[in-house]
Write a protein of this length. Structure first.
Length: 665
């Protein structure tokens, strides 16, 4: 049985699987088989006679946990405790609820439940929801729990009035959670730690049970998870952590790469085994990736290698602008498809969601089916659909679906009850919903607030309708955003997602400006109705039956764990990748951007195409950015340079001398 488990493992993998007692750090490079060593180590130890009851394996997704459980079961027909951090803590708290200070059958609050509770806290404290946005407060509380900062501690560390308000809400929020017998996701881990620290006998029981603890993706752990692991592993010290500092890309959501970098300081007699043989990529891809990541200081020394062929050099495509980049992308995809590469074996990576709009436009032009991974199509995103709904009502007030969408967006006191009353009046008097708004004064049953809000909304929409043909569409949108405060409300959430949504709105305005420029060049008037028609045609493409052969588009943050034959990385420019947010911040933020680029490169099996534009319209502005510094950090012998005039028969425009890889930063 043991020999069968070791079959097919390389020497480094076998060392991990057969390692004896004590802490073990496995530096598992991209494509090196980390899941294989995790599952085979558990199976090997079970085959040696260790009961499956004595193992705990923790990973970050339910899908990964299930895959590990299935692999172990196929190898040794045993069930092992394999789950995510939150699922593990929930299981423990369910068993020890009374000692944890929880009532039986406590509820677990998701993000929407958290928001509802935070709104209740704001109301109780008589605080304005617009000034203190519930999502922003939720983000602050979640990050505090990641750092094991209690409500009491938070109050002692406030530095501003906003901090003081968050502290007050946090305090009431925690009391209400307890009152309602609830616990949020961050609380699952912090409460479990508190349970262990206040009940040594409970901690001892779990410490003695788990002879072997194995942690996947250790570079992505936050402080609370780190503390939880350290408590459980303190007795047997048979802790194996698997990860790669070079792939730590989630610092913005609380992950701390120092956890893996400091592992040898946290535990004595640590064995370190590197898995540096890559089974995925060609030699050229690995050499380029290794050279890039060498520019980071916060890492463990490691260089990936492979038995595979040298392969093709990376292609670097310079284009005039974002539209030429999108056209070149589409033509490249058609080229590879004609050469026999399936669409689902290719991927397009971009740094920010707003980049996808022009890419999607050209993919539709070239009839290339695609899907957005980890997001939705540009014109299907909530903030874009909301703005489009405003425009549709202005252009066509009979569009009741759009009117219902925005009648209480942003919140203006026209709730479900008011909508029901409006609907009843509408049916009785055979009016459109829009026309019904004009009769708010005479409709019985409406609250004073709802009646006033309806009257203001109708008057405002009428004013916009009167201007729609004399005003540029982009000006109409800017008026909507200014007078509703829509974008400002999103900005006050102060989350990564909120920034992305605001960027999408700016990109939408950029699309309108582009439409207006085109109309001007054609000597035509840029009308709102024409713009809406254009978008409707683009987003109402016939939904043909499509199989799995569909092109994947995603931000690079969604790339972990995936691999493709051909990888396209677009927008390789300063201020985009690396993102402008990191250029004037700490070196650690720039290093995370570089790791993100490294992750993108190491997803490729056979070919990488990098592209940048000499100019780019983004967020409604024309920008002229330098090529990304990451391009200069890859030695030129691994890159073949082409321009937007690339000859697809294989001849390259000889412009290598134009692209000097020694930009002065």
């Amino acid at each position: 049985m043991k020999d069968k488990i070791l079959d097919g493992l390389n020497s480094s993998q076998s060392k991990v699987v057969t390692y004896g007692e004590g802490p073990l750090l496995v530096l598992a490079g991209a494509g090196s088989g980390k899941t294989r060593v995790l599952t085979h180590r558990i199976a090997y130890l079970i085959a040696q006679g260790i009961p499956s009851f004595n193992f705990l394996a923790v990973t970050f997704t339910n899908k990964a946990a299930q895959e590990m459980k299935d692999r172990i079961k196929r190898l040794v027909r045993s069930d092992v405790w394999v789950s995510t951090f939150h699922a593990s803590c929930l299981r423990i708290l369910r068993s020890e609820c009374e000692k944890a200070g929880l009532q039986k059958y406590f509820s677990v609050y998701d993000e929407n439940d958290q928001l509802a509770l935070i709104r209740e806290c704001l109301n109780e404290l008589k605080l304005d929801h617009k000034q203190f946005v519930p999502k922003m407060i939720r983000e602050r509380i979640n990050r505090a729990k990641d750092e094991l900062i209690t409500a009491e501690s938070y109050q002692q560390e406030t530095r501003s009035y906003q901090d003081e308000v968050v502290a007050r809400v946090y305090d009431v929020y925690e009391k209400k959670l307890k009152q309602y017998n609830g616990i949020d996701f961050g609380g699952l881990i912090s409460t479990c730690i508190e349970l262990f620290e206040k009940n040594p006998s409970v901690l001892s029981d779990y410490q003695r049970r788990f002879h072997y603890i194995l942690i996947d993706e250790y570079q992505d752990t936050n402080h609370a998870q780190y503390r939880w692991i350290k408590l459980l592993a303190a007795h047997h010290k048979n802790l194996m952590v698997v990860g790669d500092p070079d792939q730590a890309i989630y610092g913005w959501r609380g992950a701390d790469v120092s956890n893996i970098l400091s592992f040898e300081k946290d535990y004595s007699n640590v064995a370190v085994i590197k898995l540096d043989k890559n089974y995925r990529s060609t030699e050229n891809i690995l050499n380029a990736s290794n050279a890039l990541i060498l520019h980071n200081l916060s890492r463990k020394e490691k260089a990936l290698w492979t038995d595979k062929a040298e392969g093709e050099p990376l292609l670097l495509c310079e284009t005039r602008d974002e539209r030429e980049e999108a056209r070149a992308l589409a033509e490249n995809i058609v080229h590879y498809r004609q050469e026999g590469t399936r669409l689902d074996a290719m991927v397009v990576f971009y740094r920010i969601h707003a980049q996808s709009r022009v890419l999607e436009e050209y993919l539709r032009r070239y009839n290339i089916p695609y899907r957005i991974i980890g997001g939705v199509r540009f014109y299907d995103r909530k903030e874009i659909k909301d703005i489009m709904a405003f425009l549709k009502v202005i252009a066509c007030p009979e569009d009741e679906v759009s009117l219902k969408r925005i009648i209480n967006v942003p919140v203006r006191g026209i709730g479900i009850k008011a909508l029901h009353i409006l609907g009843t009046y509408q049916k009785t008097h055979t009016l459109s919903l829009y026309a019904t708004l004009a009769h708010a004064e005479s409709i019985q049953g409406l609250s004073n607030r709802a009646r006033t809000s309806i009257q203001k909304l109708y008057t405002w929409l009428e004013e916009l309708r009167a201007k729609k043909d004399s005003c540029l569409p982009s000006k109409v949108v800017q008026t909507i955003l200014h007078e509703t405060g829509y974008a400002h409300i999103i900005e006050r959430e102060q989350t990564i997602e909120a920034r992305a949504r605001v960027e999408n709105i700016k990109e939408f305005i950029g699309a309108m400006t582009e439409f207006e420029d085109h109309a001007r060049q054609q000597g035509e008037r840029a009308l709102l109705g024409d713009f809406l028609d254009m978008i409707s045609l683009e987003t109402s493409v016939d939904q043909l039956e499509q199989g799995t052969d569909i092109l994947n588009l995603m931000t690079i943050h969604c790339a972990k764990g995936l691999e493709f034959d051909v990888v396209f990385m677009v927008g390789m420019e300063e201020d985009i990748f690396p993102h402008s947010n990191v250029l004037n911040s700490h070196d650690r933020d720039l290093e995370e951007e570089r790791r993100l680029c490294y992750v993108g490169l190491t997803r490729a099996r056979e070919q990488i195409i990098l592209s940048y534009a000499r100019s780019r319209r983004l967020y409604g502005m024309r920008m002229y950015n330098m090529p990304s510094r990451f391009l200069s950090e890859i030695p030129r012998e691994y890159i073949s340079y082409v321009s937007d005039e690339w000859d697809y028969d294989g001849e390259e425009v000889d412009k290598k001398e134009e692209l000097e890889y020694d930009y002065r930063w």
